[in-house]
Design a protein around this ligand. Sequence first.
Ligand SMILES: C[S@@+](CC[C@H](N)C(=O)[O-])C[C@H]1O[C@@H](n2cnc3c(N)ncnc32)[C@H](O)[C@@H]1O
Length: 294
Amino acid sequence: MHCPVLLEEVIGYLSPKQGDTVIDATLGGGGHSSEILKRILPDGKIIAVDRDKEAIERNAIKFREYKENIILVNEDFRDIDRIMEISGEKMVNGVIFDLGMSSFQVDDEERGFSFMKDGPLDMRYNPDKGLSAADVVNDFGKEEIEDIIRKYGEERHAKHLANVICSERRKNRIRTTKDLSDIIFKAVGRKYKRQRINPACRTFQGLRIFVNDELGAEEEALKGASRYLAPGGRMCVISFHSLEDRIAKNVFKDMAGRAEVSIITKKPVTPSRKETLENPRARSAKLRVVEKII
Ligand SMILES: C[S@@+](CC[C@H](N)C(=O)[O-])C[C@H]1O[C@@H](n2cnc3c(N)ncnc32)[C@H](O)[C@@H]1O
């Protein structure tokens, strides 16, 4: 089960109407799409994108009665031209990006996203493409690993962690999430004693962002999607950490500077206390919205 974050707010800002075409760039469990669908029926369309083919297969079952309304596309959202070509649509009235991982991915130990579970150290949204997290920690140079952990994990102890990872991998290849989280715990567990986050959290985040090129994909996708927004159409971005939010903020600022869009949320919208109590995953969510002008 994946609980959609900031659902009411997203629906409020997108305000989907009967007959609209909307891109859900991060289909996941289909939570945002379900609510959008109710409002665009009977003749509207959702272009529903996910890089993860398991998400596509799950939603093909979930939305089997709405084949005319949901176009499922198993692509990286950065390939927006290709996605639009597959969909056969020319313009859209709204776009939603709900970045990061779904609960389905975190909860499945075989996907290797979670330091709380033991599974192969993978972390790819599309396990058929690119390098896994295990390839990075076992085969990259010490400086590169340090750089990834520092830049994408915002981990203060990146240098020390990269040193320890490189000395441990000489003894045994680091194969599983538990192998890596044990190494991290031994290396920096004590330094995290007074902090509320798990010592492995930042390193795992850094590796996940790197293997999926999450920040590059986000920047490219936000710029690309704006070209397909009809005037008056809105784009919503939900981010879960400062690196993602900074990209949304800067890309939107540049677009507004060129008078392509107006910024609807001067400050990012955050979840209510009620939502964060019911769904702790929503805690760090931030929503930014723009509206297409020309
Ligand atoms: C937070 S979940 C979305 C949850 C969804 N909004 C819901 O309510 O069920 C993010 C999803 O985006 C997908 N994703 C992440 N990066 C992607 C990318 N570059 N292209 C396409 N899908 C991506 C992930 O595979 C994941 O399923």
